[in-house]
Design a protein around this ligand. Structure first.
Ligand code: DAV
Length: 319
């Protein structure tokens, strides 16, 4: 295993599977972390996702795997076994950095052991102690994006709250990652972890910022409205403000992401990214910077809450 950024030529990757994808019974973690913006909790669908969603998502994950294989990337998959939440987004649960794999202290209780479905492909795994008691969660976040779901007395974060840029990381402080988590990672990895704060209260950094190469990032302008909202250590980077996404919609009643899931791209190399196939305006923008775009389907990226960055976990990039 070796990966220190989001863009060097990809050599080995985990691609998720949609089998058994489920919204588990509502507990305080799910209510506050995933659904703080939902007023009436009886509108939240629970149970296994509709078969059509699971089947079509698996088809699209297969298409992605085949494309990556054709680019010379070794693809491995999670075990296809019953799971409490899902194995669709391996990005959410493990941070691969250098020769370490960090199993994150997941914000949702149901996801605590999810990484075990692909642990056989990981090396040097550090499991962060995961404090799960009710007092970790702040019910005052319901309906108020200025109050975050996680309190700060133990490190708690999803792996997808972090993106890597060689000698520094960017970490979103939000409902799925507290400040203590950033400090913990900085000490564990011995690398500066710069926090992005007050831009987006909900899940994960990877529909808000995507690193494309050293000194170039794509940002979501509905959240990061100007350079000075970024951590100062990244303010000298060139920024592409994403054009308005094409909203591909979601399965009726099941929605786990905003239309900005278009920012959630995967770099195969500094000159090739994989984009959701309807995002032509973004493609035109990236091509201006010499970045080619492979346009692939991910029909349920909004339904299941993950596009190409979320549904993968890079294990080896050639530095
Ligand atoms: O933009 O709604 C998507 C979740 C990415 N893992 C959004 C967050």
């Amino acid at each position: 295993m070796n990966v220190i950024n989001e863009w060097d030529p990809l050599k080995k990757v985990v691609v998720g599977v949609a089998d058994y994808a489920t919204i588990p019974p509502l507990d305080i973690s799910l209510r506050t972390v995933n659904y703080a913006d939902v007023k009436d909790e009886s509108t939240i669908h629970q149970g296994q996702y509709p078969k059509q969603v699971i089947d079509e998502a698996n088809e699209d994950l297969e298409t992605l795997s085949n494309f990556l294989t054709s680019c010379g990337v070794e693809v491995v998959r999670p075990r296809r076994e019953p799971v409490k939440y899902y194995n669709y987004c391996p990005r959410d649960t493990v941070i691969a950095y250098g020769n370490k794999a960090i199993a994150a202290p997941m914000s949702l209780r149901a996801r605590e052991n999810e990484y075990l479905a692909y642990a056989e492909h990981l090396e040097n795994v550090h499991v962060v102690p995961n404090y799960q008691e009710d007092d970790m969660y702040n019910l005052a976040c319901l309906g108020d994006p200025d109050v975050l779901a996680l309190r700060n007395h133990h490190p708690k974060f999803d792996a997808a709250n972090v993106i890597k840029a060689n000698d520094k990381l960017m970490y979103l402080v939000s409902n799925s990652g507290n400040k203590y988590g950033a400090q913990y990672l900085q000490e564990l990895l011995n690398v500066p972890v710069h926090t992005l704060e007050n831009v987006y209260s909900y899940m994960h950094i990877d529909s808000t910022v995507a690193f494309l190469r050293e000194g170039l990032m794509l940002v979501n302008p509905s959240r990061v409205k100007s350079k000075d909202m970024l951590p100062k250590e990244f303010q000298d980077w060139d920024i592409i403000f994403s054009p308005e996404p094409v909203d591909i919609g979601h399965y009726p009643g099941w929605c786990n992401s905003s239309k900005w899931i278009n920012v959630n791209l995967l770099s195969v190399s500094p000159s090739l990214v994989i984009l959701e196939k309807h995002q032509h305006n973004l493609r035109t923008e990236l091509e201006k910077y010499g970045i080619e775009c492979a346009m692939l389907p991910m029909r349920h990226s909004r339904t299941l809450g993950g596009c190409f960055h979320c549904v993968t976990l890079d294990l080896v990039r050639q530095s």
